[in-house]
Design a binder for this molecule. Structure first.
Ligand SMILES: [Zn+2]
Length: 366
């Protein structure tokens, strides 16, 4: 079974324009060349064995499960009228609505391909990104929350009971955090630089009500690099996956934690993204949980192309057997997170054993 790379040309037509900066103008950082460099890099590497899939626009009724119709209509009107600034840095042009519908459509189609067994792993490569877009409020370059709609679809239409979303974009996925805040069907785990836009995602935000413990925020300081990020994945994210036993794992794959990125101050390398992907893919293989990634941010063009390729390479490689103990040391940040999480996850397992946490199940397993 091949892996799938989901794409649509409308991603190139979402025109975010340029800022004026004195006498000159600077391209908006979230511009169409982000998609071009990814495709150029993958093309140079023979698409790494991925089948290219042209995505449909999302069905409006599927989109409405997260975004109310009046909001969808307001975005449609803003685009049809020629485009405008929705806030200081979120811009739409005439073709942005189509691009946004296909960006969500890519994530939703990816879920179908994975759950139907038509793809062994997948990457949905579209713009605009999604994880900041609240149900009725565009923000942070995002119009609709692509990954949240896909997760909602997996629960509602595909009848899954446990979906895990891992968000490694350098910015906190505030919208995904918000949408599933009271749900125990979605385990949302975010690693992000803090403080940084959107200034949410504190470690103390663990979800609410029934969902307490199913939101896991792992803020890291500026300067954090591979050691910190990969350690958090190996020693916190992967053990959480073994405890939660998701039926589907979705990655909010932003690449702005890269050391070259102009919008943040972390120091992850291309190999760091590969290592995080390998660790998650290995857990997914043990759990028989399909894995798919959805493009979020990433604004250093060369680093973005190479890091997406590294992710695809890791997704398409047969995972190595789980080591008795991961090669990456437990950093103090990972240790503190494990201690914090003990309130909800009694014992984070080191390997692929069923967890005994009282909060690890949401009902009978499918
Ligand atoms: Zn970001």
């Amino acid at each position: 079974m091949a892996c799938a790379f989901l794409e649509h040309p409308s991603s190139l037509e979402h025109d975010t324009g340029a800022y004026s900066a004195g006498a000159s103008s600077i391209l908006h950082p979230e511009h169409s060349r982000r998609i071009t460099v990814i495709e150029r890099e993958l093309s140079a590497q023979g698409w790494l064995g991925f089948d290219r899939v042209r995505t449909p626009a999302v069905d409006r009724s599927v989109l409405r499960a997260v975004h109310p119709e009046p909001y969808i209509t307001s975005i449609e009107r803003a685009c049809r009228s020629g485009g405008t600034f929705l806030d200081d840095d979120t811009v739409v042009g005439e073709r942005s609505f189509e691009a946004a519908l296909h960006a969500v459509g890519g994530a939703v189609r990816m879920v179908d391909l994975l759950l139907d067994g038509d793809a062994s792993a997948a990457f949905s490569s579209h713009r605009p990104p999604g994880h900041h877009a609240l149900p009725s409020h565009a923000m942070g370059f995002c119009l609709f929350n692509n990954i949240a709609v896909a997760a909602r679809y997996a629960l509602d239409a595909r009848r899954l009971e446990r979906v895990m979303i891992i968000d490694w974009d350098v910015h906190h996925g505030n919208s995904t955090n918000h949408i599933f805040h009271t749900s125990r069907q979605v385990l949302f785990v975010s690693i992000h630089q803090s403080p940084l836009f959107p200034f949410t995602g504190h470690a103390s935000d663990v979800g609410q009500g029934e969902g307490a413990g199913f939101t896991v925020n792992l803020p890291v300081p500026a300067g954090a690099g591979d050691q910190v990020w990969v350690s958090l994945v190996e020693h916190v994210v992967v053990p959480l996956a073994y405890a939660f036993e998701p039926q589907l794992v979705l990655i909010s794959a932003g690449y702005d934690a890269h050391r070259d990125d102009p919008l943040a101050d972390c120091a992850v390398t291309t190999e760091g993204f590969a290592a995080m992907t390998r660790a998650i893919a290995r857990a997914c293989a043990h759990l028989a949980a399909p894995i798919g990634a959805v493009l979020e941010g990433g604004y250093a063009l060369g680093a973005l192309g190479r890091s997406v390729a590294a992710t695809l390479q890791a997704l398409s490689t047969e995972p190595a057997p789980a080591a008795a103990s991961p090669a990456v040391a437990v950093t103090p940040i990972a240790h503190q997170a494990r201690t914090r999480l003990a309130e909800f996850w009694l014992q984070l397992p080191a390997g692929p054993r069923p967890a005994r946490s009282h909060r690890s199940r949401t009902g009978p397993r499918a």
